[in-house]
Design a protein around this ligand. Structure first.
Ligand SMILES: [Zn+2]
Length: 164
């Protein structure tokens, strides 16, 4: 955390130096004048030191701004990547993210794992096989098997297929 007290310190010291200079104008006594002059010079040195500290604070602030700019740029690019996908129901409340056709840019339309997507990772699902009316996919990242489409129970599947 940057504190910006140095510039306040410089201003305060300069104000004091100004007050001392005003007081010096009316002084006739050489010894009193000399004493005020030393006081004045000390305040100028103090203001100078504060100005240097303020310069350092400014440089640190500029560095932090540059860092934040970079972070914003990175997050914006990251967000753009996720905006290319939309959540889709593939039947029977089975969800995955799908690449929008308008964002494909030559890539084939594919599905991305909804679980990984919530973890801010885009993991392309790979088709595995079909079973009980569903398309089975696997996620290479979280290894979670994903079933899409309405599930047809084996029992009802059997009743319709007497050869089971
Ligand atoms: Zn996953």
């Amino acid at each position: 955390m940057v504190d910006i007290s140095a510039i306040t310190g410089a201003i305060t010291a300069l104000k004091s130096a100004n007050d001392i200079a005003q007081a010096m104008v009316g002084l006739r006594d050489a010894a009193a004048f000399q004493s005020k002059l030393i006081e004045f010079q000390n305040k100028i040195i103090e203001a100078n030191a504060s100005a240097f500290a303020a310069q350092d604070e400014r440089a640190e602030l500029l560095r932090k701004i540059a860092d934040l700019d970079k972070q914003v740029e990175k997050l914006t690019a990251e967000k753009r990547k996720f905006d290319r996908y939309q959540l889709k129901d593939f039947g029977g409340n089975s969800f995955a993210y799908e690449l929008k056709a308008s964002e494909a840019n030559g890539e084939p339309i594919h599905r991305a794992c909804a679980t990984c997507f919530q973890d801010e990772r885009i993991s392309i699902l790979q088709f595995s096989h079909q079973s009980e009316g569903q398309d089975w996919y696997t996620c290479p990242r979280c290894k979670e098997p994903q079933h899409f489409g309405a599930h047809v129970r084996r029992e009802s599947y059997r009743s319709h297929h007497s050869d089971f």
